[in-house]
Write a protein of this length. Structure first.
Ligand SMILES: [Zn+2]
Length: 370
């Protein structure tokens, strides 16, 4: 059977990962690998991190009564934690927890629709609660096709992770996004009232587990930890890269750049914005972006070709000059003439290959591109 849970957190300090961890600790049956999935970032009533949880249960229908009781006692009381956010312009919705239980894993198609767009409820099985049922079912539907791992520990009191432990896990093969190279700031510990002490990401389970142990030893007191299979950094939210030739480029208020009237490179996107600014009409790029209300929000950009029209160089090394409309060019020094009035010189972008926003501005789902 498949169990899913979502939307129990709020900015006041709740966190679905901890609620799920406690549920797993209480379960009267065996269960599989816990999974943490991130879904479409623009979903209307999404929770903060857009994380939903699921797990396979090795049991039968007898678990329903147990879950019923657990739901009423432990999860339902979390409903309606309205959070006032001072650091988010986004409208915050009250948490509306949802829990689902299915005999069969929901169709994979539901996951793909929920990670790439807005979906409605998935019918069937046994369901408890409200909007959280959507993310809960979508998490159950995930097939772990692309997978990364995250070790999460929850704090008892204050949040403190030693710099030494952070440096150690940062150096391990297989961990990623531990630290923002620009600011040198650690990325594993959230800020604010959330009960998470740290979340450390890795490309394999074993590394996530080892890194978690090292960090726990270097942290103030924790109340537990768990390793999750996740769809983070898999790029599942974007089907494929697209190409475009720059036809228009405008700078909007706030330093955001919009290409071809529909491709947005936000100021916060750092190097992505820098490349967008550098582009000229006629340049060809490849990009990854999420479509929202008719615009693509750029998450990665790569210059394929950029050139600039220049007057040819004379054999003597001097730049030729126009002699007037339709009359070719001439060297101002040795007076040689040429009928080739322009040629395209390739421009080298300030950053080669795929360029992405700084580590702390990337989406959970964003894949690291090289
Ligand atoms: Zn010359």
């Amino acid at each position: 059977m498949w169990l899913g849970l979502d939307d129990t957190d709020s900015l006041e300090g709740g966190c679905t990962t901890l609620v799920f961890h406690e549920l797993l600790n209480s379960l009267p049956c065996e269960y599989g690998e816990p999974r943490l999935t991130r879904l479409w970032p623009f979903a209307a009533q999404r929770t903060r991190g857009n994380a939903s949880l699921s797990v396979e249960l090795f049991t039968d229908d007898s678990i329903i009564d147990w879950l019923d009781k657990y739901w009423n006692e432990k999860i339902l009381p979390l409903k309606g934690n309205v959070s006032e956010s001072s650091h988010s312009l986004r409208k915050q919705y009250p948490s509306d927890p949802g829990m689902v239980l299915f005999r069969e894993q929901p169709s994979e198609d539901y996951y793909w629709r929920a990670v790439r767009g807005e979906v409605t409820f998935f019918e069937g099985g046994r369901q408890w609660g409200g909007n959280g049922r959507i993310g809960a079912a979508a998490s159950c539907a995930w097939r772990c096709g692309n997978v990364t791992w995250e070790g999460i520990a929850w704090r008892k009191g204050s949040r403190k992770v030693s710099e030494n432990a952070l440096t150690t896990v940062e150096m391990m093969d297989g961990t990623f996004l531990c630290r923002d190279p620009r600011t040198n700031r650690g990325l594993i510990a959230p800020r604010g009232p959330c009960p998470v002490m740290f979340g450390v990401r890795a490309t394999d389970r074993d590394t996530a587990s080892k890194a978690t142990q090292i960090l726990i030893e270097g942290s103030s007191e924790t109340i537990g930890s768990r390793i999750f299979a996740t769809n983070q950094a898999t790029g599942d939210h974007i089907e494929k890269a697209q190409k475009l030739v720059v036809k228009t480029k405008e700078m909007l208020q706030g330093g955001h750049i919009i290409l071809n009237k529909n491709c947005l490179a936000f100021n916060e996107s750092g190097d992505v914005n820098k490349i967008a600014q550098w582009l000229e009409i006629g340049d060809e790029i490849e990009f990854m972006g999420l479509e929202h209300e008719g615009n693509f929000h750029l998450e990665a950009i790569k210059v394929i070709f950029s050139s600039t029209a220049k007057r040819p160089l004379c054999e003597c090394g001097t730049r030729m000059k126009s002699m007037g409309k339709g009359q070719g060019v001439r060297c101002p020094k040795c007076k040689r003439r040429s009928d080739q009035t322009w040629y395209n010189e390739e421009r080298k972008p300030p950053l080669q290959g795929w360029v992405q926003p700084p580590a702390d501005k990337r989406r959970h789902l964003a894949k690291t591109l090289t």
